[in-house]
Structures are given as structure tokens and as C-alpha cells.
Design a protein around this ligand. Structure first.
Ligand code: FES
Ligand SMILES: [Fe+2]
Length: 406
């Protein structure tokens, strides 16, 4: 800990009370392990996190692992064909059971002493245990899992927020894109040497886009002033109907959710004129999704809770999942989704499909790492937000509110 941190003896409650509205967070929110511990308890383990798409686990025994801060979950297609999730923690002495990130098994075998679990999480074999050892009392612990129109979500609490609002309100836009009928064409992890909030805050604002992302800024219109933006937005709105796209809007994390529900959001914004989709030259990179009959020149933003954000073009979807690794590093997992019947090499090329958001995320990783270095300095003082950082401001206000929710 730096000298500055040692001098600051304020409690977390005092620190929250002292937070200046409309300003970046105090240094300790990014550096203090005690605040990170509280975030794990009150935010990270209480909220749903996107863990993939159902098409990744088609058959019983197909599994993938999701690691978030101190937790790890195995998500598996069970013997009854249903998705299940278990804590990746052996009931013997606690080793991680599954070390691979995805695959197919008949049984999960703990690498430490060989305890073996079936794909429904039940203990199947344990060597040299006493006669009175109760196998049935040592199943893997269940973790909450649910599916929103094809997207798998996991939550590390037995009493998670309800997903009913998201399922109901996002049903129509998600059907329009055919989310149930997609597949993951590519998936990539980006490890970012920064506190998880810096990674998500960066995703929440496009104040930096014009200066940091020339590739993105060529096609997305978020950084335009209001008048120009309304003009391009008007052009897109005029085209949407004919392309089979409905205009809908659901506000993001702050207002959309009812009490006890996970927050969610949906909106569609115009791309610049010659861009049909998010690609190097604006040209198509995959077959049109769902109900689309043509390109309307727009892109939709979906948000699901606090960690999962999707950008849906007319021909592919880019899903972003930000998760903490520890208090000083985070992971950004990106999934590129296309129609399930699209064929690689014929209908899409992975390099073309992933180019824009790979380039943009490499830049973001650098920006966020530099941000983190400066935030650790004794000279760091929280500065004021611009008018283009509204969503980030709302996000950190939400964080502060959740930290106080016992
Ligand atoms: S910790 Fe898993 S078998 Fe011992
Ligand atoms: Fe960015």
C-alpha cells in the first residue's frame, strides 16, 4: 500500500459519503483490498454473468468453466439434457476439480486424490473412504444458472436477482436477431492489468473513442454532437422497418429493473453512411441474422446486469464479459456470434469477423492499463466527468449503492 493509502484512515462508509458527485472514484476504490473483498460479497457474487451460448454445450457431458474473482463454476449439460452449474471445488479437500476451460467428459475426476463426479455433480467414486462415508452427502455444490433466449448466465449465490424482466422485455429484440439460433464463431480472452471497474468504466463511455479508436470512430456515431447524431439516426430509423428491424428502447442498469430484478438495456444507433456492419470496410462479414431482410445501417447495444454487454450488428453479435481476476487485474472475454447455420470459410472468415473488436480491444487494454498506472500514483485526484460519460457516472453510482446494500 502507498503512503497515501496508509494516511487515509476513513472507513468505506465515509469514503462513499465523501464521493464527489459527477467525479471519478477515489483511489482506494481501485487499490484497497478491503473494498475489493466487499465488492466480491456485495456485487460480484450477487450478480449474473454471461457464461456463453447454449450452442457451445449441445450434448450431455459438454462443459465449460467460468472463473470470476475467487470463484470458479463448471457449466455442464446434464444427463437429462438440462444445463447445470456446479462450484468447481472438490468436496474432499477443496481442489479445483476441472482444470480445462471447456470440453466433453463422462465423469469429472479431481486431479488431487481422484474423487470422481458424474455430469450431474453427484460423487460417483472415492477410494479408501471409511465404511460409513456417505457418498450422497458429497455432491458438488450447485451454482445458479439460467438461460436468456440462448445466452447462459451464472450467478454465485443461491438467491440471485430475478431474470424475468430481462427475459420478458428483451424477448422481442432478441427474437429479431435470432439469439436462440446463433453459434459462437470465435472467442478470445484479454487479460487487463487493471481493477475490473476501470475496465468496465472504459466500456461505458465513448469520450475516448475519437482519440483512441480511429477504426471504431470511422463507423460508430456515438461521439458525434447531438445535431449530427440525430441526422444519421433519422436516416437509420427511416430504413429500419423495411429491413425487418423494430425500434425499441429499454434503459440500462439504473432504471430498467424492478426491485429484485437484474438490470438490462437495449437501444439501436446508426452507423456512418457507408457502413453496413462493424467490419474493416463496413461490408458484410456474415449472413444476416434473424428477421433481418437487409442492412439498416444500425447497431444495437444490449446490456445484461453489471458485467455483460453485447453489440448486435445486422450480421453478427459481439458479446463482452468483464470479470475481476483479483483487485488489480481483470479479464475481458469476447464472443463473436453468427447464425448457427453459417459455415466458416464459406459464409464468414474469422479474421474478418473479429478484426474490428480485436483491434479496438487491444487498444482499450493499453488505455486501461495506463489509466490504472496513473490511478495508483500519489498525485491521482478524481476529476470531473464530461457530458459523454453519463453511463459511466450512472455505473459508479450503482456500484456505490450496491456496496452499501448489506
Ligand atoms: S481434493 Fe479432490 S480428491 Fe482430494
Ligand atoms: Fe474503447
Amino acid at each position: 500500500m502507498s503512503a497515501v493509502l496508509n494516511e487515509d484512515q476513513r472507513s468505506i462508509a465515509e469514503l462513499i459519503a465523501d464521493q464527489k458527485p459527477g467525479h471519478a472514484l477515489d483511489q482506494r476504490f481501485y487499490t484497497d483490498p478491503a473494498i475489493y473483498e466487499l465488492e466480491i460479497e456485495r456485487i460480484i457474487n450477487r450478480n449474473w454473468i454471461l457464461a456463453g451460448h447454449v450452442s457451445q454445450l449441445p450434448d450431455p457431458g459438454d462443459f465449460k468453466v467460468l472463473n470470476v474473482a475467487t470463484e470458479s463454476a463448471i457449466i455442464v449439460r446434464g444427463s437429462d439434457g438440462e444445463l447445470k452449474a456446479f462450484a468447481n471445488v472438490c468436496r474432499h479437500r477443496g481442489s479445483l476439480v476441472c482444470l480445462e476451460s471447456a470440453g466433453h467428459v463422462d465423469k469429472f475426476v479431481c486431479p488431487y486424490h481422484g474423487w470422481t463426479y458424474d455430469i450431474d455433480g453427484k460423487l460417483f467414486a472415492a477410494r479408501n473412504m471409511p465404511d460409513d462415508f456417505d457418498m450422497s452427502a458429497h455432491s458438488l455444490n450447485p451454482v445458479s444458472v439460467d438461460v436468456i433466449h440462448g445466452l447462459i448466465f451464472v450467478c454465485f449465490t443461491d438467491t440471485p436477482r430475478s431474470l424475468e424482466g430481462a427475459k420478458r422485455d428483451l424477448a422481442e429484440p432478441m427474437a429479431m436477431f435470432g439469439f436462440e439460433n446463433m453459434k459462437v464463431a470465435a472467442q478470445k480472452s484479454y487479460e487487463i492489468p487493471a481493477n475490473w471497474k476501470l475496465s468496465i468504466e472504459n466500456y461505458q463511455e465513448c469520450y475516448h473513442c475519437a482519440s483512441a479508436h480511429p477504426e471504431y470512430a470511422r463507423m460508430h456515431t456515438l461521439m458525434l454532437d447531438r445535431e449530427k447524431r440525430e441526422r444519421v439516426q433519422g436516416k437509420m430509423l427511416a430504413k429500419m422497418d423495411a429491413c425487418g428491424v423494430k425500434n425499441m428502447f429499454f434503459d440500462h442498469i439504473d432504471t430498467a429493473a424492478r426491485p429484485g430484478e437484474m438490470g438490462y438495456g437495449y437501444s439501436r444507433t446508426a452507423l456512418f453512411d457507408k457502413y453496413k456492419t462493424g467490419s474493416k470496410d463496413g461490408g458484410p462479414v456474415a449472413p444476416l441474422l434473424g428477421d433481418f431482410t437487409d442492412y439498416d445501417g444500425g447497431a444495437s447495444d444490449f446490456s445484461f446486469g453489471a458485467f455483460s454487454f453485447l453489440l448486435a450488428y445486422s450480421d453478427h453479435v459481439v458479446a463482452y464479459v468483464f470479470t475481476p481476476i483479483d483487485h488489480n487485474s481483470s479479464n475481458c472475454e469476447i464472443y463473436w456470434l453468427v447464425r448457427r447455420d453459417a459455415e466458416e470459410g464459406k459464409d464468414y472468415d474469422v479474421d474478418e469477423l473479429t478484426w474490428l473488436w480485436d483491434v479496438t480491444t487491444q487498444h482499450d487494454k493499453e488505455i486501461i492499463a495506463n489509466n490504472s498506472k496513473g490511478v495508483h500514483s500519489k498525485y491521482y485526484r478524481p476529476g470531473p466527468f464530461s457530458g459523454m460519460e453519463r453511463a459511466e457516472r450512472i455505473y459508479i453510482e450503482w456500484i456505490l449503492q450496491e456496496l452499501q446494500r448489506a
